[in-house]
Structures are given as C-alpha cells and as structure tokens.
Design a protein around this ligand. Sequence first.
Ligand SMILES: Cc1ncc(COP(=O)(O)O)c(C=O)c1O
Length: 377
Amino acid sequence: MTTVRTTQVDRSADRIDFGIGQPGFDLLPHDIMANAAAVRFAEGDNDLLNYGYEQGDGRFRAALADFLTKHYAAPVSAQQLMVTAGASQALDLICTQFTRPGDTVFVEEPSYFLALRILKEDHKLNVVSLPIDENGLRIDALEAALKSQRPVFVYTIPTFQNPTGYTLSQERREQLVALSQDHNFMIVADEVYHLLGYGEAPPAPLASFVDQGNVLSVGSFSKILAPGLRLGWIQASPELVERFVLCGLVDSGGGLNHFTSNIVRVVLERGWQDHYLAELRDIYSRRIDVMQAALTRHLGDRLRFRTPQGGYFFWIELLTGADTVDLLSQAQAAGVGFVPGTRFSSQDSLHRHFRLSFAHFPEDAIEEGIARLATVM
Ligand SMILES: Cc1ncc(COP(=O)(O)O)c(C=O)c1O
C-alpha cells in the first residue's frame, strides 16, 4: 500500500495550500520553547533525562490542571490527566485499551479523516457514521442507531469541529452524556480546538462530564503551542486513567512524553502559554476576516459557508454542481490547494464540499490564494 504523507509540508512549493491544517512556520514559538528549555535545564536535576512516570510527570500534570481549570472554567484535577504523545496517540491508546477488531464505534459525518484512519485501518473497527448539523451531532440519529447497534464509543469533535467548525450545543451535550449512561457506551471527545475560540465562549467541554465515569476527553498542545512537541493528554475519571497507567506500553517505556512535558511545564507555570494563546486567537481571527472577505468578493455567488467561530477551518459548499475532487487538480495547477469534502466522509459523499484552513498562511497569501481559487471555480 502506498503511504500518503498528509502531515509534511513542502516548504519549497509556491502553492498556497489551504489543505494544510497546521500553524504557519512564522507562528511556531521557537523563543518560548528555547527559554523554557533553558529554565528547565537550569533546575539542574537528572530527572529530566530519566524515564518518566507512567501517568506523566506530576508537576506537569498539576500545571496543566491549573491551566485547563482556568480556560475551561470548570475544575480539572491532576489525577484526571494522563499525558500522551498528542491527541492522535491518545486515540490510538484508547482504541488499544477498549476495543477489539470488529467492534463498532460511531463517528460524525463528516469527521477528521486521520482519526477515521486510526479507527478503521489501524484498529479494524466497524465505523458507523451519524449526521451532524450546525448544532453538532444529531441526537435523533444517535438514538435511532442505538436501537440496532451497540458502539464501544462515540468519537466526537464537539467544539469547532474538523472539518465543519460546528459546535455541539449544551442541550445536546447533556443528551449525549445521558444516552451514554443509559446505553453503556463511552464518549471519546476530541477537544483539540476547544481553546481556539474567537467569539462567544463555547459550552463547557465534554471534559466537564468526566466524573460521570464514561467520558474520555482528548486534548493537545499541537493547536495551541506546536505540533512538533507531540504532547497531549487524556482527561478521564481516575478509574479510567488507571487503565492507561497499568498498560504494558507505559510500564516498559515510562511516561509517554516525559522530556517535552517537563519543558512545557515551565511554559504553563510562567504564563507564557496564556499569552501565546491570546496572540494566536488574535492572529487567527484576523485571518478569518481576510479569508471571509476574499471568498465573498471573488466567489460569493458560487459558495455557501458559515464564518467559523473557532478552530482552523472554513467548511464550504460549492453551489455550481462541480465535484471538488475533480477541481483539486485544476486548483493545484493554478497554485492553490484545499481538501475535498469526500476525505471527511465515511460514505464517499460530500463531493460538493471542501475545507480551507486559515491557520497556515499569512493574510496576504490568503488573499492571493482565494484569488487563484476563483480562477478555477
Ligand atoms: C480533530 C483533530 N484531532 C486530532 C488532531 C491531531 O492532534 P495531534 O497533533 O495532537 O495528534 C487533529 C489535527 O489536525 C485534529 O484536527
């Protein structure tokens, strides 16, 4: 099988590829990380370079719990946190611990395509998709599916979803949690965009329901600090956290990202993460304004979209009837890129949709890229 590398960016290309769902190179926090590393090394203990604790470094988890308590406006304790090597690895670990090949899991349609790959290809799960609308996962569809199927878990991206940007309403959050208890399934909430809101605050994260016992909330520093850190976490009840702490992987290897988490602990304790997050929100919300204005100016009569309130993406419906898979090669020839909607579908649908990221390119490149897009659409 050919491996498609979706995470590596070709820096030499002149293409303005709005398919890249990563922060721009200009935004990556080199100084913050260099300063934090210097502070951490100056602490002078050898623990930094030793194996870590299975659950993750205690001082890092305490600093992360304080940070999340402040930003979630809901209490988070260090006991609820398991440190991981990013959200993708967290999802893989959850699958390893709780599923067997052939088990059924429910996902949203559309959903993050690489999570779908972890579920389907890496873990051979039976993936059943449920529709979402502007208020997130459709609870009526979930109730209907539960009449005939019993999932191990529902994988949801409840806030500023990838790719749609939709956010699950408070009412539906409560309904989802109630159903998970009545029907005995877990909720895997991928909340990596929760802190990247640019307008009104979203409802409290599904992490605030972990005390109910069957919610696993996945978080990451990839979107709020830097993806190369490979640092994330699972927030869950201490009983579920224990499952991860006792697994062979961390018994053999120690904590999943001990060294980096020690350095990021300094970033959290000194308030540098708060500051950087505020800066990112400011930059991204300006990029949204530029992309929205350019889309409206160049393509207003041919597209339908909602302005994102958070996250990284515009999710766009093309009204001309053209298939966005077919348009991609023409767009690439014109020096611009996007991700066709079908990539996010478990049913090979969404041919009229596409996703644009506003996170990777600065404002002038966004202007130029949308102008190029207009020549092919
Ligand atoms: C919804 C979602 N989950 C997980 C990830 C990957 O997170 P990480 O870099 O922490 O593995 C992404 C990255 O695009 C994402 O959009």
